[in-house]
Design a protein around this ligand. Structure first.
Ligand code: PMP
Length: 361
């Protein structure tokens, strides 16, 4: 019997295996994934628990209440919103709907790796534009576009670099790409980036017919485990995603919790304030230890470990692990001498700095 083999491209997908604490019962400080250190808000938790008695039912396929809650919060048209099982699923859905074998999809050099997985899964070909000093280079992206470019992904701000480009550069990118290319703005960390020259993408979506914005409840709203993401875009693009998605892709409790979370501005502000206090603290403390820290507008930092041949990134990771601390190596992003460190709770941040101090100073 011949061996079954998946379509070309599937074998090239690198498995995503986040670091896991050993199951030894010890308490670990996990700063390896970019989640909210304060956890979910009370309103989301209450709504989630309230739904427990309903979990024998299928969720609302139209995602009506959630879409309207998002629309109210961000002043959008609910008819132009659709939701998915995390923004990762949204990235997969839009890629499947718009690109396939023979098509090209444009990404940036140290861009979010979820794009590559979705592109390969759809059978399309990724094309990677170089960045400049870990910042997206819009002209390099425009140069790589052609008649086969069906999609262009821009993570703004980006994970794992933590950097962003101003809204005028996003407009320049849109203007320079072919009109048949759908520009997908992944604004997963937009809630953290309150800069005057930054826009989450809402305005550009509303003034174009070929831009989609993707957002998530996993970061500021603290609901990573429930898997809720959403997209805002032109009616035809939203319709294509709806045709592609499963009708019950966002669970009943996840929809309820996200609906409550998006109205919980108190929890949003507490999270934002925590991040605004500890991101600079962490950056400063690491710089004092000789670590190069890239300027981040997110809830994590990218840290370049000093290049001493006797002290590689692995030695630092091993030392942190001995102290019960997990951070993320960024080798898969082409950043072999860096670590991505999420802003944690105060005790976690202090534990990390103390442990790094032991090995770097
Ligand atoms: N986009 C970016 C830039 C991310 O960093 C992440 C999560 N790491 C996602 C999308 C996916 O988030 P989720 O699927 O949890 O919504």
């Amino acid at each position: 019997m011949e061996l079954l083999s998946p379509r070309p491209g599937i074998g090239q997908i690198k498995p995503y295996r986040p670091a896991r604490p050993p199951e030894d019962g010890a308490a670990w400080v996990d700063l390896s994934l970019t989640v909210n250190p304060l956890g979910p808000g009370k309103k989301a938790l209450t709504a989630y628990r309230h739904m427990a008695a309903q979990i024998h039912r299928y969720p609302d396929w139209s995602q009506d209440r959630l879409r309207h809650a998002i629309a109210r919060r961000y002043d959008l048209d609910a008819g132009h919103i659709t939701c998915a099982n995390g923004s990762d699923e949204m990235i997969h859905l839009v890629t499947q709907a718009f690109a396939g074998p023979g098509d090209e999809v444009l990404c940036h050099e140290h861009g979010y790796r979820g794009f590559m997985k979705a592109i390969r899964a759809a059978g399309a070909t990724p094309v990677i534009a170089a960045e400049r000093d870990l910042v997206v280079d819009v002209e390099a992206m425009i140069d790589r576009a052609n008649e086969r470019t069906k999609l262009c992904f821009l993570a703004n701000p980006n994970n794992p670099t933590g950097t962003y480009i101003p809204s005028e550069m996003v407009l320049r990118l849109r203007a320079g790409l072919p009109s048949h290319t759908l520009l997908v703005l992944d604004s997963a960390y937009a809630d953290y980036c309150r800069r005057d020259n930054y826009s989450d993408g809402t305005a550009i979506v509303e003034n174009s017919d070929n831009v989609l914005m993707v957002r998530t409840f996993s970061k500021l709203h603290g609901l990573a485990g429930l898997r809720v993401g959403w997209a805002y875009g032109p009616a035809g693009v939203i319709e294509a995603v709806n045709q592609t998605r499963g009708p019950f892709n966002v669970g009943i409790a996840a929809q309820a919790a996200a609906e409550a979370a998006v109205g919980d501005t108190e929890h949003e502000e507490a999270t934002f304030a925590h991040n605004s206090a500890w991101l600079p603290w962490l950056s400063h403390e690491l710089e004092q230890l000789g670590v190069r820290v890239y300027p981040s507008v997110c809830n994590f930092i990218l840290a370049r470990i000093p290049t001493d041949p006797s002290l590689g990134v692995q030695a630092v990771l091993d030392h942190l692990a001995r102290r019960g601390i997990l951070v993320k190596p960024t080798l898969d992003y082409g950043l072999a001498d860096c670590l991505r460190i999420t802003v944690g709770r105060e005790d976690e941040n202090r534990a990390l700095v103390a442990a790094l101090g032991e090995i770097l100073s």
